[in-house]
Design a protein around this ligand. Structure first.
Ligand SMILES: Nc1ncnc2c1ncn2[C@@H]1O[C@H](COP(=O)(O)OP(=O)(O)OP(=O)(O)O)[C@@H](O)[C@H]1O
Ligand SMILES: [Mg+2]
Ligand SMILES: [Zn+2]
Length: 284
């Protein structure tokens, strides 16, 4: 199982939208997928999938059964709250416990990918999730505005320092196609995400336009990748890029591991030879 985390430096840039649609795009490509909403205080996966009224999940053989949404296994903190408006007043250790529970005691089965939606920023919660989950890669979401770009720099650095390879920066809400004349309006500017990725030497995965159909499908509780729309097409290409980057990262990792293994064996062999020589000398 490969774990992918969706993160950002800032709130409201579209992480959950990206996480949900990444999961459903992977499903569309034929993979077995799980979606874990790790945003304990503001879980939005239930809303984005029209599952706000789901309360409690079945427990079988001491494992929590995730919800099956068109073949995608979904687990969210939102399902465990007593009501949809109940605030979460858990303290740090309990949050840690929830995350452990979600990773180890939810019956994910033999999925290919687990997409993890994170809360905004790079605070304690995000740190513990990343430490516990040991993700194989991260997807960093930003909007074109410079403030968000500054914050996303932190998110990229955080991922790199945590040893989680950045599979791609996504610039969301990048330009809007005018429904009246078809021309693109750059509401929040454009190109910041690409520039930032180049500056920080991490891959850029693509831009998602500001699109009323994306907003509307979120309101309707349906993934927008399932629509027949230009934005859905753009998003699927972004997912292809992320998968290509993941494959590259994993190959590189394998190569490095093999190299380290070989170096270790050679060092052991040399040490053995030296020991032998030392032994022979003693005997003389
Ligand atoms: N490209 C887009 N076009 C139109 N609306 C969008 C787009 N991306 C996201 N939205 C809308 O913006 C709002 C915020 O998105 P979302 O909840 O995914 O952000 P988030 O980064 O997860 O927020 P939080 O930091 O609160 O977790 C939602 O209403 C969503 O439908
Ligand atoms: Mg969110
Ligand atoms: Zn226009």
């Amino acid at each position: 199982m490969k774990k992918l985390v969706v993160m950002s430096g800032k709130g409201g840039v579209g992480k959950s939208t990206v996480a949900v649609n990444l999961a459903f795009a992977l499903k569309k490509k034929g993979y077995k997928v799980g979606l874990l909403d790790c945003d304990i205080h503001g879980p939005s996966v239930p809303k984005l999938l029209g599952l706000e009224d789901v309360r409690g999940l079945e427990v079988k053989d001491k494992k929590i059964k995730p919800l099956d949404v068109q073949g995608v296994k979904v687990f969210s903190m939102g399902f465990m709250l007593p009501s949809r408006d109940a605030p979460v007043v858990w303290r740090g250790p309990l949050k840690h416990k929830f995350i452990e529970e979600a990773l180890n005691n939810v019956d994910w089965g033999d999925i290919d990918y687990l997409v993890i939606d994170l809360p905004p920023g790079t605070g304690d919660e995000v740190i513990s999730i990343v430490q516990l989950a040991k993700p194989d890669g991260s997807v960093v979401v930003t909007t074109p505005q410079s403030v968000a770009i500054e914050d996303v720099r932190k998110a990229v650095n955080f991922s790199i320092h945590a040893g989680v390879p950045v599979l791609g920066v996504i610039e969301n809400m990048s330009g809007m196609v005018c429904p009246h004349c078809g021309k693109t309006i750059e509401v929040f500017g454009a190109g910041g995400g690409k520039k930032l990725a180049a500056e920080m030497a991490v891959p850029f995965a693509g831009s998602i336009p500001l699109d009323t159909s994306i907003f509307k499908s979120g309101e309707d509780g349906k993934p927008f990748v399932d629509l027949d729309s230009p934005s859905a097409e753009i998003f699927c290409k972004i997912v292809d890029t992320l998968l290509e980057n993941l494959e590259m990262v994993q190959e590189e990792l394998k190569r490095l591991q093999e190299k380290a293994e070989k170096a270790k064996k050679e060092a052991e062999k040399k040490l053995e030879e030296l020991r032998k020589k030392a032994g022979e000398k003693k005997e003389q």
